[in-house]
Design a protein around this ligand. Structure first.
Ligand SMILES: Cc1cc2nc3c(=O)[nH]c(=O)nc-3n(C[C@H](O)[C@H](O)[C@H](O)COP(=O)(O)O)c2cc1C
Length: 185
């Protein structure tokens, strides 16, 4: 499958099979991610994989606490969008996905955030290539999660990627047409 086919097939998945993926497939995806370009070639990423049920439950509890505040304060267009798609403060995928991959940026590097998100893009396509799926979950209170994981303050949590085999009937959302987003002048 070529890159365009993989990119078109990939979709966000929030429900996972119980089947445990081979950890080699996740290693492969991180190997791809770490080939991304980065500011000053600092490679400011750090990937931490967790699969322990007790720890996943704790992460879910921390995140859901933050989500409750977020959902209570969401207003206007954002609130309508969340309600339309049926999103709530509950994040069952954090304990149901077989793996949680935490992606950190080293904040002292130039363009740390941009570089790490590029690597996350690579990672998503590599997971797709191996038949795995994820959701780019950005917790409302990343600092609380980070203090549980216990990294120094120079590392900022960018995303938690719950990883597993997809079991989510949700469709892939439509993309804009090429001619609407690309101008050749
Ligand atoms: C930077 C970023 C942050 C996101 N944060 C969340 C999130 O916190 N929770 C969630 O359920 N989905 C999150 N998403 C997933 C998007 O909602 C999803 O990619 C988008 O609706 C398009 O759907 P698709 O990926 O299935 O095409 C995020 C995506 C990106 C790129």
């Amino acid at each position: 499958m070529n890159l365009l086919e993989l990119a078109r097939r990939r979709k966000t998945v929030r429900k996972f099979e119980k089947r445990i993926p081979n950890i080699e497939d996740i290693k492969y995806a991180v190997s791809v991610a770490k080939e991304a370009p980065s500011g000053k070639n600092d490679q400011p990423w750090l990937f931490i994989l967790l699969s322990n049920d007790r720890e996943k439950a704790k992460i879910r509890e921390i995140c859901e606490r933050g989500e409750k505040d977020f959902y209570e304060n969401a207003k206007g267009e954002l609130r309508n969008w969340l309600e339309k798609l049926g999103f709530t403060w509950e994040k069952p995928f954090l304990s149901e996905a077989p793996f949680l991959l935490f992606v950190y940026s080293y904040v002292k590097s130039p363009f740390a955030k941009e570089s790490v998100w590029l690597s996350i893009g690579y990672l998503l396509l590599a997971l797709e290539e191996r038949g795995l799926a994820t959701v780019t979950y950005t917790p409302s209170d990343p600092k609380e999660v980070s203090s549980y994981i216990g990294l120094p303050r120079e590392y900022r949590l960018e995303v938690i990627l719950p990883i597993g085999y997809p079991a989510d009937p949700k469709p892939k959302y439509e993309r804009k047409k090429l001619e609407d987003v690309f101008q050749i002048r």
